[in-house]
Design a protein around this ligand. Structure first.
Ligand code: PGA
Length: 239
């Protein structure tokens, strides 16, 4: 399986910016990056503008409703994401967990809605600084992986290890930290057939190669550094 590189734009970029980004990314990668699968996760309003007609990258929702359809003003369903052309949806990003109170029951429902709509979940996990300082990293990851208990074990799954203390701080995990979390997640998910483990948290073009190789991960979920197409392309080329 190729490595996976996901650009999480968060709440940035209006459509003209998304179109310019798509053009720049296209010219950066030419026919694509060998051995790498690229995904762009724009805001819902820019999904269409960020799409590549040549499909050198796919698009993803940054979030998805726990409900399938109905009177849920402001929500976007997994089916709608599929209809908009999304191959993936990010589920359980730490910003959703902490700022929007998404708990494990809700996240389990979101995973189920993704499966019904044939949208692949990118499920995010990761410990806070306080949890890490108390030696709880493994326990936190194990509890967060529990949310996958009802997720079909033979369906492809992407799990992004994103330590909360590394997100948007400029303080990335060390390759050794990433490697130990990735090993822990692989052990927890041993019974699944197709799992890719990503690292996320202050990835940039300078630390990507080392994190990828020494971190033993299958790619990255990139926030801030992904807002620049040239930088994102450089990260996807990291070896
Ligand atoms: P960052 O964000 O790369 O800006 O740290 C990562 C993420 O939140 O997915």
């Amino acid at each position: 399986m190729s490595n996976l590189f996901v650009a999480n734009w968060k709440m940035n970029m209006v459509r003209p910016q998304a179109r310019a980004y798509a053009q720049e990314l296209a010219s950066e990668i030419g026919d694509g990056v060998e051995g790498a699968e690229l995904v762009v996760a724009p805001p819902f309003t820019a999904l269409d503008a960020a799409r590549d007609p040549r499909e050198r990258w796919s698009i993803a929702g940054q979030n998805v409703s726990e409900h399938a359809a109905g009177a849920f003003t402001g929500e976007v369903s997994a089916m709608m994401l599929a209809d908009a052309g999304c191959r993936y949806a990010i589920v359980g990003h730490s910003e959703r967990r902490t700022l929007f109170g998404e708990d494990r029951q809700m996240l389990a429902r979101k995973l189920a809605r993704c499966r019904e709509a044939l949208v692949l979940p990118i499920y995010c996990v990761g410990e806070t600084k306080a949890e890490r300082d108390r030696g709880l990293t493994t326990a936190v990851l194990a509890a967060q992986v529990e949310t996958l208990a009802d997720d079909p074990p033979n369906d492809p799954l992407v799990v992004a290890y994103e330590p909360v203390w590394a997100i948007g701080t400029g303080l990335a995990a060390t390759p050794a930290d990433a490697a130990s979390a990735a090993a822990c997640l692989r052990a927890l998910l041993f019974s699944r057939s197709h799992v890719r483990i990503l690292y996320g948290g202050s990835v940039n073009s300078g630390n990507a190669a080392e994190l990828l190789v020494a971190g033993g991960v299958d790619g990255f979920l990139v926030g801030g550094a992904s807002l620049d197409a040239t930088t994102f392309a450089a990260i996807a080329r990291a070896r």
